[in-house]
Design a binder for this molecule. Structure first.
Ligand code: ADP
Ligand code: TRP
Length: 330
């Protein structure tokens, strides 16, 4: 059975961008593929979170996956840092990764560009974890001979880098690693945040799924719209609120609202209220499971420990193959 693998960093509360961009498409693949899902806690270290905060977020991300329906009997679900084969593979992969490939990685490049723009040293605030982030991610993917990697559009480049690195190993040492494919939901763009930029934990512009009702309402009401008065026609395709609403409304309701935009007569505030209520209903079952798990953390610990065993079993032979190919073992 082919393998579909994806991970989420515990760097903030899970939001609808994570859900629609990664979690939902990944879980939808579990009927066709063998699912391998994890909490990418090593990747989260790059922002030097406080240990307490990191602990809390690891649980939150783990509880989110399960709350959204990940079946830990059928799929493998674990925490990245429990898999000691990953740092070992990362070191081996580093030896065949050109520095130039890392220089071109978006996240690093964006930081350098920003530093230059603001007159700082180009590498100001860049640690080696951030710089080599794509190699660790390549190890995550390649360790299990993954076939598909369902991720949002912003992670596309990282999957391509993982392929490049696997190709380098295969070119130098003969066919050793399987080349993974990204799996991008067709015409899915990055989901916009409440300020219209890509929704991201790092921009503080998210609609979190497991926050309190009060917090969610506040964020929904803060969605930025233009100042067109209710009676005037509006363009649904350029409106941020509509892009978000589209993810939730039934197809009939979305079409009705689209017509209201075009005709005029829709107040943004009314649609925000509807979005808020629809979000509450949509995520109610997940929220209940999430809250239960967060009150029962030992259950999460047990599932993660069992998952780590299975993941290591799956990854060990691949690492052994790589060690042999590069000449570390006979
Ligand atoms: P964030 O940008 O909030 O830190 P992560 O980098 O942890 O999110 O992303 C976890 C997963 O969610 C990735 O597969 C990523 O592509 C997806 N994702 C994150 N933000 C969005 C978004 N705005 N639209 C679509 N997918 C997203
Ligand atoms: N870099 C991904 C993100 O920021 C998280 C991640 C780590 C990941 N390792 C992965 C995603 C392997 C897919 C496959 O969202």
């Amino acid at each position: 059975m082919k393998i579909s693998l994806t991970g989420i960093k515990p760097t903030g509360n899970i939001h609808i961008g994570n859900y629609f961009g990664a979690i939902k498409p990944a879980l939808a693949l579990t009927s066709k593929y063998f699912g391998v899902y994890f909490v990418a806690d090593l990747h989260a270290l790059n922002s030097n979170p406080s240990p307490l905060e990191l602990q809390q977020l690891i649980y939150e991300v783990a509880a989110s996956w399960i709350a959204f329906g990940l079946d830990t009997e059928k799929a493998i679900f674990f925490r990245q840092s429990d898999i000691h084969e990953i740092p070992e593979l990362t070191t081996i992969l580093s030896a065949v990764t050109p520095k130039g490939l890392m220089n071109r990685a978006h996240a690093y490049k964006a930081m350098v560009d920003k530093n230059i723009e603001t007159g700082r040293d180009p590498d100001d605030g860049v640690n080696m974890g951030l710089f080599t982030y794509p190699i660790l991610m390549a190890a995550d993917i390649l360790l299990y001979d993954s076939d598909f990697v369902p991720v949002g559009p912003d992670q596309r480049q990282h999957v391509e880098i993982a392929r490049d690195i696997a190709e380098n190993i295969n070119r130098i040492y003969g066919k050793t690693l399987k080349l993974p494919e990204g799996n991008f939901a067709k015409d899915l763009k990055d989901i916009p945040g409440i300020d219209g930029r890509k929704m991201s934990k790092s921009y503080g512009n998210t609609l979190p799924i497991f926050c309190t009702e009060k917090e969610l309402r506040k964020q929904v009401m803060r969605i930025v719209t233009d100042s067109t008065p209710p009676e005037d026609p509006k363009n649904p395709d350029s409106d941020n609120l509509f892009q978000i609403f589209k993810l939730f409304g039934s197809s009939e309701r979305v079409e009705e609202v689209r017509q209201l935009y075009l005709k005029g007569g829709l107040a943004y505030g009314t649609l925000k209220q509807e979005l808020f209520e629809t979000m509450l209903v949509t995520f109610k079952p997940a929220r209940e499971r999430f809250n239960y798990l967060m009150e029962n953390k030992p259950e999460i610990d047990l599932l993660l420990a069992q998952g780590a065993e299975k993941a290591r079993e799956l990854g060990r032979p691949v690492l052994a193959r790589v060690r042999k190919a590069v000449g570390l073992d006979r």
